[in-house]
Design a protein around this ligand. Structure first.
Ligand SMILES: C[S@@+](CC[C@H](N)C(=O)[O-])C[C@H]1O[C@@H](n2cnc3c(N)ncnc32)[C@H](O)[C@@H]1O
Length: 228
């Protein structure tokens, strides 16, 4: 099926809350384990940038998993960031190591740091122009920086997308089921992501399907020796 884009920013308060309250415990719960598979032995202990952090569920899972790292979550949606800030207030132990920042990508005002890891979860499919993400990574991530991007991948047909929604989110509110369907239809196929990386000069990053409906992009920014 052809890609069908959806609105980029999730800046409607009701939509943001529905997303925040959804049960992503399986998909998000596996994310740190997938990161560990892609980067065996790596325990981030420096600065980590999360692009499109939303209400912070994945961001805070990484912050808990890597207690020596410092995290900056960026999102363009104030309602999402407000929900993330609320979560942080409930977890005082993380407040010291996690900061949030509003920026709509592409942005010349991203926080600057010697990023050890630039990651992004479920942002790529939202972008009308996927090069926005790859250019942002290319500009922000120094040589040697690890890159980890995870997202949905687009099913072959709209009927497949509907079946996936029915199988996985039948108990969720309608608004969320519709969002999930739209996101599957807006996602990319692995071959499309490879072509995007090629065009961005990031062809050395790896693209891998994960499970039934996700893909990951991972690797090391060129210029500082090490491989994946
Ligand atoms: C599907 S949510 C994912 C949130 C979070 N990473 C997660 O996995 O739970 C995508 C997020 O990307 C944000 N977003 C979309 N386009 C953006 C842009 N151009 N600049 C900044 N944030 C953007 C949305 O506001 C939303 O919070």
């Amino acid at each position: 099926m052809k890609r069908v884009t959806e609105p980029e920013l999730m800046d409607d308060a009701e939509q943001a809350r529905a997303y925040h309250e959804a049960d992503f415990s399986v998909a998000h719960g596996e994310r740190v384990a997938i990161f560990r598979q892609m980067f065996p032995g790596l325990e981030p202990d420096g600065a980590v940038l999360d692009l499109g952090c939303g209400s912070g569920d994945v961001l805070l899972r990484f912050a808990r998993a890597f207690p020596r790292a410092r995290f900056t979550g960026v999102d363009g949606s104030q309602p999402m960031l407000d929900l993330a800030a609320g979560e942080l207030r409930r977890h005082a132990d993380l407040q010291r190591r996690v900061q949030l920042c509003r920026a709509i990508l592409p942005s010349s005002e991203l926080p600057q740091a010697d990023w050890q890891l630039v990651m992004s979860h479920s942002l790529l499919h939202q972008l009308h122009q996927p090069q926005v993400l790859w250019r942002t990574i290319r500009e922000a991530a120094p040589p040697g920086c690890k890159v980890f991007v995870a997202d949905l991948r687009r099913p072959a047909t709209a009927a497949d997308a509907a079946r996936i929604v029915a199988e996985r989110s039948a108990g969720e509110p309608d608004v969320l089921q519709q969002d999930f369907f739209n996101s599957l239809c807006a996602a990319f196929e692995p071959a499309e992501v490879c072509a995007q990386l090629d065009a961005a000069g990031l062809a050395h990053l790896c693209v891998e399907p994960v499970g039934d409906i996700h893909l990951v992009v991972y690797g090391t920014m060129a210029g500082a020796g090490s491989g994946v």
